[in-house]
Write a protein of this length. Structure first.
Length: 99
């Protein structure tokens, strides 16, 4: 159990470091990204163990589940990119005013 938690935390940290390096402009500070990746991976390991139930806990399944949940948590931190974005030719929607 300790090996699964340690491995999940390291994988979450590695995934977060990779995301912080590749997507630095679209993510908040590196400290927030690293912490979110690690906590997401730990929660993913817990969630995977709970979903599999007793007797079906494998190290591989736990680590895969932790990486998937960490990736989801990190994707929630992404901001929209501004490169290559053109302004819309249409006027923005607005409600009619009365008065």
């Amino acid at each position: 159990m300790l090996l699964e938690a340690f491995g999940s935390a390291l994988l979450g940290l590695a995934l977060a470091a990779l995301a912080a390096r590749l997507l630095a402009r679209r993510l908040p500070s590196a400290r927030v990204v690293l912490l979110s990746g690690m906590l997401g991976a730990l929660f993913g390991a817990y969630l995977t163990q709970y979903a599999l139930g007793p007797g079906h806990n494998t190290l591989t399944a736990t680590l895969v589940g932790s990486v998937l949940v960490a990736a989801v948590v990190l994707s929630l931190l992404l901001r929209p990119g501004t490169e290559g974005r053109r302004p819309s030719p249409r006027a923005s929607f607005s409600l009619p005013s009365r008065g």
